[in-house]
Structures are given as structure tokens and as C-alpha cells.
Write a protein of this length. Structure first.
Length: 230
């Protein structure tokens, strides 16, 4: 119990100082690092109550959850079901989950809508990663994209698409999530994939709204959240 109280105190003090100085993100990273482990959820909840700030609690929860995920090894080969769009901010080579906000909701809803148009629908689209380094993306009936992939020891993922996608290459990061795993990459590259996939399946996708959102989001990462099939 004393250990949890100490963690909560560290989180609250660091976060409060950051609010005063405008350096909330850096302080949260440092404070959250000491909270990894089984006490993370408890510490986050208590910190929210102690500060009386719902926004601060959301930031702490998202940050702690993401830090916990990055230390978990994911085995990519296998069959996965598309769960949702993944969003994060890349800062100092650390991926930090976006706090709950109207921006996050609008962005994810738009992107999930675009992906649904090209056949990547939540709960039905299938991502298959072979042991031989091949991958395919299916709408549940037919393959709409394929290519090769690699994953290194630092969980860096490189996906190289075939001729229909003009050999588009996406470089991203693989990490665990509560749903299964996520593959995140540069937002611009992700939108490039969406546009090319739309052309392949003969659909029109106007990404101008999302492009406007991205213009004010430095370091934004986008990708896929997947759940592994049994």
C-alpha cells in the first residue's frame, strides 16, 4: 500500500509541476516510468481522484497503458481481425496514446469510415502474416492488398506492398494492446495506403478533412489495431 501511495504522489507532483510549466508530456513520461507494473491502473485512478482533474487522469491512463504495452513482445505471424484505427503521438521516440478528446473521436471515426469503404471493416477484415514474411489484407471474401513484411528485435515493422500499390512501403512500430496488437506508422504514409487501396477496389475516398486535421498534429502516428484469431 505504501508503494502505491508513493507512486501516486510521484505522478501527482510531477504532473502538477508540468501543468505550471507547460511541460506536461515530459513530466508524465518520467513519472509514469516508475509506475510500470501491477500498480499502474490503481495509481492512475487514485491520481485522478487526488487531483480532481478528469483530463489529467485521462492523460495518465493513456500514457501508462501505452508504456506498459511497449514492453510486451508480440508474435506477428498468424491471422488477425481488424479491430480499429490506432492513433498515437510520437515524441522523443516514445509513442503516447492520445487522450480522450473530440479530436481523437473525429479522427478515428473518419478513418474507420474510409477503411470500411475499401473493405477493411471492423470485426470482419482479415490481416494474415505468414512465417515466410508474406502478408495479405482481406475484406473477408477476397484479398485487397498483399506484400512482404519484416519485424526486427526492436519491433520495427516494414510492410512492402505489391505492384497494384506501386510498391508502397510502410515503416512502423509493433506493440501490444489490450485488444491484441497495433501497427503504427507515419500518418502521411497511412493516408497514402488508404488512397491507393481505394483506387485498387474502385472506391472514391476524400481524405481532405483528415488532411486538415493532420496539419495541426505534429508527430501523429496512425495504423491498425488487430485482434488475433484462435
Amino acid at each position: 500500500m505504501k508503494k502505491i501511495i508513493t507512486i501516486i504522489a510521484a505522478l501527482t507532483i510531477s504532473a502538477s509541476a508540468a501543468l505550471a510549466q507547460g511541460g506536461l508530456l515530459d513530466a508524465l513520461k518520467n513519472a509514469a516510468g516508475t509506475a510500470l507494473g501491477n500498480a499502474a491502473t490503481t495509481a492512475t485512478t487514485a491520481a485522478t481522484e487526488a487531483t480532481g482533474s478528469e483530463a489529467l487522469g485521462s492523460l495518465l491512463g493513456g500514457l501508462l497503458g501505452d508504456l506498459l504495452n511497449t514492453v510486451t513482445t508480440v508474435s506477428l505471424p498468424g491471422t488477425w481481425t481488424y479491430y480499429s484505427v490506432a492513433t498515437a503521438i510520437s515524441s522523443d521516440n516514445t509513442l503516447v496514446s492520445l487522450a480522450s478528446s473530440a479530436y481523437k473521436t473525429k479522427l478515428e471515426n473518419k478513418l474507420n469510415g474510409y477503411l470500411a469503404k475499401i473493405g477493411i471493416k471492423q470485426g470482419s477484415a482479415i490481416f494474415t502474416f505468414g512465417e515466410d514474411g508474406s502478408f495479405s489484407i482481406s475484406n473477408g471474401v477476397k484479398v485487397i492488398a498483399s506484400g512482404t513484411y519484416t519485424v526486427d528485435k526492436q519491433n520495427n515493422v516494414v510492410m512492402k506492398f505489391g505492384k497494384l500499390y506501386n510498391y508502397l512501403t510502410i515503416e512502423g512500430k509493433l506493440a501490444a494492446t489490450t485488444a491484441g496488437c497495433q501497427i503504427l506508422c507515419d500518418a502521411t504514409k497511412f493516408l497514402e495506403f488508404v488512397k491507393k487501396a481505394a483506387g485498387v477496389v474502385g472506391k472514391f475516398v476524400n481524405t481532405s478533412t483528415v488532411s486538415e486535421l493532420l496539419a495541426n498534429a505534429n508527430g501523429l502516428q496512425l495504423g491498425f489495431i488487430l485482434t488475433k484469431q484462435n
